[in-house]
Design a protein around this ligand. Structure first.
Ligand SMILES: *Cc1c(COP(=O)(O)O)cnc(C)c1O
Length: 375
């Protein structure tokens, strides 16, 4: 069976974990955590980075930092992972779901302004597949209405919008290092803070509501309880694993890009014949090869293709099911139809994409798709 995903190990993970374990400091905010944070700050121009145990945790931190309270509204695309909305729901927010674009699963920025009320506090764009949302437009709307922007950048490591790293544009951004993402730590994530006003409070929330990080740097002589928060910081074991991945980031990205290009190059011909749709990149975005997907013309065809591939030992998978129609949220949704979102839930199909996917296996997958459409 060709799997949909296979976590890639660079070979150094166990070595760095060994070093972390025997260094005598295994809890969070040690040498590896600081190396990872500094690398991301220096490489991508994030104002401040805090590693977290997941992207979900990073989103929860952002929701606390935005001071989201019961009665506030937050604008979130419906075509996304649960956590994008959940983190804000936990703070008591009402989620106002936005539709995707006709030509991209990303949030339709032109639909946002009509959703804003005096209760709106924040917008959470998701860069689907690591391809940027139109951030200039979103930041313009946010500034005009005095809203905070949290980028869900779970897919978006090493991807750019008009030359700026994704995750460096919104007030905050949340990244994931879950084993299904480009670089991994098993479970892991990070919060980026791009507005200095929030730097100090972010560290406090990260460390269970205490000012321990300041104490740790010798800036104060004792630490104590000063705010709300939780234990959002990962242990050094996770950071050590992540460091091995960071060292190989360029190699990983290069290989993923090759795989992505090969899919695109060969499947474009079927797309031109109308078998399915492949979107071109917007001018303002780069592609970090997080995933490769096609949009079939109907749900039936999508599901038949999944079965056909499975019968031939290939695991291809659909993606998000609309959150506004989920059993948890459907009664709370305001009833608006989100037709583009529904189309992506019904018709989108992701093909196997991982570092170790061989050329032979990839060509086998592509040949199967040609067979399916009888070309
Ligand atoms: C994977 C993912 C998350 C959650 O990441 P975790 O690190 O597993 O918490 C959030 N949002 C999106 C868009 C994701 O794909």
């Amino acid at each position: 069976m060709i799997p949909f995903n296979k976590p890639y190990l660079t070979g150094k993970e166990a070595h760095y974990i060994y070093q972390a374990v025997y260094s005598g400091k295994i809890s969070g905010n040690g040498i590896y955590t600081q190396k990872c944070q500094k690398y991301f700050e220096d490489t991508y121009g994030f104002e401040k980075v805090l590693l977290t145990t997941s992207c979900t945790d990073a989103l929860e931190m952002a929701a606390i930092l935005c001071d989201i309270k019961s009665g506030d509204e937050v604008i979130v695309p419906s075509f996304t992972f649960v956590s994008t909305a959940l983190a804000f729901v936990r703070q008591g927010a009402k989620i106002v779901f936005a539709d995707s674009k006709n030509n991209s699963p990303n949030i339709d920025e032109s639909s946002i302004e009509a959703l804003i009320t005096e209760k709106t506090k924040a917008i959470v764009p998701v860069h689907y597949g690591g391809v940027a949302c139109d951030m200039d437009k979103i930041m313009f709307i946010a500034e005009k209405h005095n809203l905070l922007v949290i980028e869900d950048a779970a897919h978006s490591i090493h991807s750019f919008y008009k030359g700026k790293a994704l995750g460096s544009i919104g007030h905050f951004a949340a990244f994931s290092f879950h084993e299904t993402k480009n670089i991994i730590a098993g479970e892991g994530g990070m919060l980026t803070i791009n507005d200095k006003r929030f730097n100090n409070r972010a560290e406090i929330i990260w460390e269970k509501g205490t000012n321990r990080a300041e104490f740790f740097r010798g800036e104060i002589d004792k630490y104590g309880w000063v705010d709300i928060g939780s234990s959002f910081l990962p242990s050094e074991i996770i950071a050590a694993f992540l460091w091995a991945q960071i060292e190989n980031l360029n190699i990983i990205q290069h290989r993923r890009q090759q795989i992505w290009n090969q899919y695109y190059f060969r499947l474009k011909k079927l797309a031109e014949k109308g078998c399915f749709t492949i979107f071109d990149l917007p001018q303002y975005a780069t592609n970090n090869a997080h995933n490769f997907y096609i949009i079939l013309n109907t749900i039936e065809e999508r599901n038949t293709l999944i079965e056909f591939l499975k019968d031939n030992n290939v695991l291809a998978v659909f993606h998000y099911q609309s959150l506004h129609e989920s059993s948890f949220y459907k009664n709370k949704h305001d009833g608006r139809q989100l037709i583009n979102c529904k189309r992506y839930s019904d018709c989108l199909l992701r093909l196997p994409m991982f570092y170790e996917l061989s050329e032979t296996d990839q060509n086998y997958i592509i040949d199967l798709i040609y067979n399916f459409f009888k070309y």
